[in-house]
Write a protein that binds this ligand. Structure first.
Ligand code: IMP
Ligand code: MG
Length: 172
């Protein structure tokens, strides 16, 4: 087990407190990255004490495999303009960093007032591009994780905890 239900709630509360303090007096647009971040983002925003708007993007760099294809595709764009707004991109996990770098660049070129990032999990040992993650829930080793939104081939997102996918299941 990487994060139990109880540990997840402690981590989310800590991140929400940090973010609420940093954005005190400002409005925030939380940009959830579909689909992996939905559960995390839902828990996180309920603990934020600043005014929040919620928007989503959908990207993929993975297909149904356990290793990145290296290519980022945008499937669904934001619904609202980000011009002059403070954005917080919320990811389930930052792995190679390609998805996050793509999003940070894209949001900055659209004239956001500021762009920061928050990831429940960070796997820095897998980083291919230098990407800053401003708020990290937990640094994890290079293992394939599922649950609490994270999937393997679209399964296991509904597990209430984060666990390591057994190798036999990846290879089957
Ligand atoms: P990156 O672009 O390589 O940083 O990949 C980011 C995306 O890959 C995340 O949003 C996840 O959807 C997916 N991903 C990376 N590592 C894992 C993992 O261990 N389990 C499930 N999904 C993962
Ligand atoms: Mg995914």
């Amino acid at each position: 087990m990487v994060l139990s239900e109880q540990e997840l709630s402690v981590v989310v509360a800590r991140l929400a407190a940090e973010i609420s303090a940093d954005y005190h007096g400002r409005d925030l647009v939380v940009v959830g990255v579909l689909r992996g971040s939905v559960i995390f983002v839902a828990d996180l925003i309920r603990r934020l004490t600043v005014p929040v708007r919620l928007d989503f993007v959908a990207l993929s760099s993975y297909g149904d495999r356990v290793s990145s294809s290296g290519e980022v595709r945008l499937h669904k764009d934001l619904e609202e303009s980000v011009e002059d707004r403070h954005l917080l991109i919320v990811e389930d996990i930052v792995d190679t960093g390609l998805t996050l770098r793509y999003l940070l660049t894209s949001m900055q070129t659209r004239g956001a007032a500021s762009v920061k990032s928050c990831a429940l999990l960070d796997k820095p040992s897998r980083r291919e591009v230098d990407t800053r993650v401003d708020y990290v829930g937990k640094v994890v080793p290079d293992e394939f994780l599922v649950g609490y939104g994270l999937d393997y081939a679209q399964r296991y997102r509904n597990l209430p905890y984060v666990g390591v996918l057994r190798r036999e299941l990846c290879e089957s």
